[in-house]
Design a protein around this ligand. Structure first.
Ligand code: AMP
Length: 218
């Protein structure tokens, strides 16, 4: 007789550039679960120039939040497409209105909150450069490109993500403090939030696996 394994619905929270992307990729790879990232999905729409992409582009470029009604409809539809697989939600919800809407249709089981010191985040973003065509990311001082400002493989120019520019980052961190912080309290009140502290993803990762192994490894 096979026991029916419950399909875990997990959510990851963390400030911009807290390493949420890195930890999420490691989680989905190790535990083979579906990664549902609102930022990735929106960037994909922008790249493909869909109606939604055109509507949201200006918000992303300025580091502002896409309006709740648009986000809620979009993400609930996206989650509905994940069939019979555990998932890790990343980047949504970012407001209490979004958290409430999600809770009504797809209550999450566990919430991981990454806690990284503010000065580490500022430093990391200032030093992050991307090669747009391939999506390769460089961090000055950590994985520095061989030639300053150039992609190692193609020699093409590296750029800063528009929302990594200092003004946009400041805006994103302000929004995070005022609008997203209450989302942490929302899940704390439900008793399903766990905090993971550290200055780097390598410091945080072992804590995450210690937590998830008993839940997800069979
Ligand atoms: P991320 O890659 O998660 O940092 O998302 C990049 C950008 O997409 C954010 O700065 C917002 O402009 C937009 N975005 C992503 N998720 C949401 C959300 N849940 N609510 C509103 N805007 C979002």
């Amino acid at each position: 007789m096979t026991a029916r394994v419950k399909l875990l619905k997990a959510l990851i929270l963390g400030a911009p550039a807290s390493g949420k992307g890195t930890i999420s990729s490691r989680i989905v790879k190790k535990y083979k679960i579906e990664h549902v990232s609102s930022g990735d999905k929106l960037r994909d729409h922008i790249e493909k120039q869909t109606d939604l992409g055109k509507e949201v582009k200006v918000y992303l470029n300025e580091g502002k939040l896409v309006p709740d009604d648009v986000m809620i409809k979009f993400m609930i539809t996206e989650l509905g497409k994940v069939n019979n697989k555990p998932w890790l939600l990343d980047g949504f919800p970012r407001t209490v209105a979004q958290a409430n809407a999600l809770w009504k249709v797809q209550p999450v089981d566990v919430v991981l909150n990454l806690v990284v010191p503010f000065e580490v985040i500022i430093d990391r973003v200032k030093n992050r450069w991307v090669h747009l065509a391939s999506g390769r990311v460089y961090n000055i001082g950590f994985n520095t490109p061989k030639v300053e400002g150039k992609d190692d493989d193609t020699g093409e120019d590296l750029v800063q993500r528009p929302d990594d520019k200092p003004e946009a980052v400041k805006k994103r961190l302000e929004i995070y403090e005022s609008v997203t912080r209450p989302v942490i309290d929302f899940y704390k009140d439900k008793g399903i939030l766990t905090q993971f502290e550290g200055r780097t993803s390598d410091e945080i990762w072992p804590k995450v696996t210690t937590y998830l192994d008993p839940i997800l490894s069979k």
